[in-house]
Ligand binder design. Structure first.
Ligand code: ADP
Length: 293
């Protein structure tokens, strides 16, 4: 069982020949609306990877909230504990030009109201095998969720994305820190991603390396590079979310972490072969096919 505590956004993506400058109006071409937000994406990734997945988050009382909740439920995510707060849902306004350059405005909306975990919510977290958190909701809520996980004997994973300042003591509740190279520098406060510095803070670290795969290190002295699966890349959007959701599922199934990271590499590689964000997150069968290839 995997519990994801995090954000849900509606992504509004407009394509245009050039990005508008301040004061400018540009006539664009295609427009796509799709559920997003790291929390929701990783919950969908975990459910598609075959995990029994519960999402705890806040959506708005607007039409986007209805769509976001329905999309999670349709993927098989348990949405019993999703809060609906009066007002707008989280929205990401994304503009992409023909060169692939983008500008993004995130309006957190309901995600900002996700505070004060109830005793029932804490119990749901404590009953899971794995808790997965990111950093797109108030950090006090992330901290409280990690504490509830620890108290219940749930394995806690922090995907420290997007990089931001951490409240003191938060990393003490983390069993596994999952970061890319930028986030690794932010957490360690070093110029280069330094595993030693990270292991001083948390017992296990997974560092994703895009097309090179990932690196796993722990306090037992393991430090292993696990290579990526060679695939044709169509779009790397959501690869990190696919990897993260799959890693949580595999660890929750009791697989050892080197194997879980290899399986997560297969999920990330399956994701980059398709264009799209949450729509490109792979099903378990696709992950298995690459993993066994
Ligand atoms: P993020 O988008 O969070 O920075 P990464 O770019 O490191 O994450 O990608 C996450 C994972 O997705 C990688 O660890 C790898 O397993 C997989 N992945 C990403 N890019 C590729 C690629 N070009 N080929 C194969 N796998 C990839």
């Amino acid at each position: 069982k995997v519990v994801v505590v995090g954000s849900a956004n509606m992504d509004l993506v407009g394509l245009a020949p050039t990005l508008p400058r301040p004061g400018e109006t540009v006539l664009g071409d295609d427009f796509v609306m799709a559920p997003g937000g790291k929390g929701s994406n990783q919950a969908i990734a975990a459910a598609r990877a075959g995990g029994e997945t519960t999402f705890l988050g806040a959506i708005g009382s607007d039409a986007f909230g209805v769509t976001l909740g329905a999309r999670l439920a349709a993927t098989g995510v348990n949405t019993t504990w999703v809060r609906t707060s009066y007002g707008t849902s989280g929205v990401a306004v994304i503009m992409v030009d023909h060169a692939g350059e983008n500008s993004i405005l995130v309006s957190p909306g309901a995600n900002r109201t996700f505070t004060g975990l109830t005793a029932d919510e804490q119990a749901v977290i404590g009953e899971a095998d794995v808790l997965l958190c990111q950093q797109e909701i108030p950090m006090e809520t992330v901290h409280a969720a990690l504490r509830a996980g620890r108290a219940g004997g749930t394995r806690t994973i922090l995907n420290a994305a997007p990089a931001r300042d951490l409240p003191p003591g938060l990393l003490d509740e983390v069993d596994l820190l999952l970061v890319n190279e930028i986030e690794a520098r932010a957490v360690a406060g070093t110029g280069e991603p330094d595993m030693g510095a990270l292991l001083a803070l948390v017992p296990r670290v997974v560092l994703t390396l895009s097309g090179s795969g990932a690196r796993y290190a722990d306090r037992d002295g393991q430090d292993v590079h696990i290579p990526a699966f060679p695939v044709e890349v169509a779009d790397t959007t959501a690869a990190g979310d696919a990897f993260t959701g799959a890693l949580a599922v595999a660890w929750g199934e009791g697989r050892d972490l080197l194997d879980a990271v290899r399986w997560a590499n297969a999920a990330g590689a399956a994701c980059v072969q398709r264009v799209g964000a949450s729509g490109a997150l792979p099903e378990r069968a696709e992950i298995e096919a690459l993993y066994n290839s």
